[in-house]
Design a protein around this ligand. Sequence first.
Ligand code: F6R
Length: 369
Amino acid sequence: EKGGYDYFMLKEIAEQPKAVADTLRGRLTEAGEITLDEVRLSDQDLRDVDKIFIVACGTAYHAGLVAKYAIEHWTRIPCEVELASEFRYRDPVLDRSTLVVAISQSGETMDTIMALRHAKVQKARVLAISNTNGSTIPRESDAVLYTHAGPEVAVASTKAFLTQLVACYLVGLHLAQVRGIKYADEVGAVVAQLQAMPSKVDEVLATMEPVRELGRSLGSARSVLFIGRHVGYPVALEGALKLKELAYMHAEGFAAGELKHGPIALIDDGTPVICVLPSPRGRAVLHDKMISNIQEVRARGARVVAIAEEGDTAVAPHADHVVYVPRTPTLLAPLVTTVPLQVLAAEIAATRGHDVDQPRNLAKSVTVE
Ligand code: F6R
């Protein structure tokens, strides 16, 4: 059932091109409109939305952090992302023009369910993104978009994360279309870019052998840091979470710009720092700043692993290892840059002799608060 892989997680990593393609399939009508699965909200309700809150836990929260960049860019609606477990306790400002997006693979995460219920009591509209048909979160929501990742067996989330990203992009594009704002014109182009992603993820998977080798050499690191900017920041958080969960190592993700405000003190001779670079073509300023951050950590002895776009010639002189991923529009890049980090975490965990599918102390679905 593991299809020739040592662990379900590796099988699920390999299934990501299909999971992304399946989540995109059938979402576009002949008129070029993006459709959700169940919508108990009118287009007028969606036009009235003046604020979005994304609530989720763990990996799903990281998908939400990426979504904020895309949704605000395409819709111009302010979007906040919050850990579901924190949301209701700070008395968030919600009303019927607030859209709360609850992201949950299982659809049964109690923290997320309670956040959703709190939102509904305050009359907010709730849209669910879930991988589990008919689970509690979609059932209690006003609208649903299902991810089609298929069952995820490994405790650490991989293919569900990529499909959550896709679903978030679709929600952003759908909102842009319904509201008919300026970026609605871009929707077709973005959909075409999304449709190219399964084969790009495939390309990444085909080049993972050096990453596995690198993983085997990192097994004895005391601590691993991950840095990124823009959408590379949530990718860094996700890379660090995977490593904590699977390898039981100290790992932390930072916004690269925050390094100098404290975390750079952590860097010691040989500390691995995984750097998620943006495309040098898209946001040149961000790219330049990442190169400076890489130089800063390297000057303090870091062992730099860069995740960079093919054709990025600026990074290699400053890095100990570069993992190249295919050229991708900036907002969609997490679909490719996350994959090497998943592979790295699985390989480091296996090198340290841990059960990659069943990490200690963790459950697949967290149904208690
Ligand atoms: C990380 C992981 C967890 C889940 C989190 C939310 O690999 O699996 O962080 O992402 O518990 O679970 P769902 O998405 O089912 O609400």
